[in-house]
Design a protein around this ligand. Structure first.
Ligand code: ADP
Ligand code: TRP
Length: 331
């Protein structure tokens, strides 16, 4: 039997090419090796997103994005966290085995407290219980599917360790393996995609290239990549230009070598380099954008795909809760 991998996707804003190369593409590769499951963590999103229209449309945008990028809902399970009520029952059960001290040590919570302390006001200002208990809900997301491996970036490793601690506390209490202990699959070498200004591409920096922008917008955005003041004639170092670093994501090895040679030879201006980047990016992104537009044009069909995923996921989730309830004496 294949091991189970679980990928959680927070519905937080417009997908950009950093998300695609850093998260979506590598996560889709998992389906080759694992019994892969993917879910939209919409109740995690609720902690920060209080505008209903925005949360609602972001959930669909992100789900459509993963499908357009190649997620095959026939081969893997894709569902919304909110469609699996067992996750929330498990969350409550896990709270009984989670020390408050463990939550106090969570990086995201600690950072929020520290930021408040530095401002000199109430240290708990703006911190809701959703943020404080975030690691417990995330542990439930993972444990409910008997997940073996959870592929995450380094920033999420602490959350996986907490899920391990909590599951171990349960197993230790009952003296048997009631819950599966997950492990983190840390993605060491995923590319950090540079943004328009050369810093890491991120929505918080406003330097993104949106993944599904119409062709014209894509072109306009790429023309905004920040460059230095080297003239057309000057030879240029490809590796220190974010235009070239972005180009590499889309171009073949031969194309990369050819363009690097043109950079080094001089005679190619930044405008032309950007056009090359646009051509390569658009070649890759156009088919994905078409699929995305088609999916978004039929939201009921998208919702049916998510509902079918939930139908596959729920019996697995129910079995875990049943096992735990039996062990706990609540059956
Ligand atoms: P943002 O920084 O735009 O807010 P998120 O924090 O929502 O993006 O990231 C969602 C996923 O995309 C995470 O797995 C994150 O590691 C990945 N990701 C985001 N930006 C980049 C980037 N510039 N390069 C590589 N991966 C990225
Ligand atoms: N915390 C993850 C993030 O910020 C999202 C997430 C929620 C998740 N539950 C999960 C990831 C379970 C993996 C498994 O990206």
């Amino acid at each position: 039997m294949k091991e189970v991998s679980l990928t959680g996707i927070k519905p937080t804003g417009d997908l950009h090419i950093g998300n695609y190369f850093g998260a979506i593409k590598p996560a889709l590769e998992l389906a080759k090796t694992y019994d892969a499951r993917y879910f939209i963590a919409d109740y995690h999103g609720l902690n920060t997103m209080k505008d209903p229209a925005e949360l609602n449309s972001t959930i669909r945008h992100v789900a459509a994005g993963w499908l357009a990028a190649g997620l095959d809902p026939e081969k893997v399970i894709l569902y919304r966290q909110s469609s699996i009520p067992e996750v929330f029952e498990l969350t409550i059960m896990l709270t009984a085995f989670t020390s408050k001290g463990l939550m106090n040590r969570a990086h995201a919570y600690k950072a929020a407290v520290q930021e408040n302390a530095e401002k000199g006001g109430d240290v708990d200002a703006g911190i809701n219980m959703g943020l404080f208990t975030y690691p417990i809900l995330m542990a439930a997301d993972i444990i409910i599917f008997d997940s073996d491996v959870v592929p995450v970036g380094k920033d999420q490793v602490q959350h996986i360790e907490m899920a391990q601690d909590i599951a171990q506390a349960v197993n230790a209490n009952y003296g048997k393996p009631v819950l599966k202990i997950p492990r983190a699959g840390v993605q060491e070498n995923t590319a950090v995609v540079p943004g328009l200004d050369g810093r890491k591409m991120s929505k918080s920096y406003g330097n993104t290239i949106p993944l599904f922008a119409p062709e014209k917008t894509l072109h306009k955005t790429i023309m905004r990549v920040v460059t230095n003041s080297q003239t057309v004639d000057e030879p240029k170092d490809p590796e220190s230009s974010q235009i070239y670093l972005l180009y590499k994501l889309f171009a073949t090895a031969e194309e990369q070598a050819a363009l690097a040679a043109r950079y080094r030879a001089g005679g190619m201006g930044w405008g032309e380099a950007k056009e090359e980047l646009f051509r390569a990016a658009n070649r890759d992104l156009a088919p994905m954008r078409e699929r995305y537009d088609a999916i978004m044009a039929d939201i009921p069909a998208l919702d049916r795909i998510l509902a079918q995923g939930a139908e596959k996921a729920r019996p697995i989730a129910a079995a875990t809760v049943k096992r735990f309830r039996k062990a706990a004496g609540i059956d």
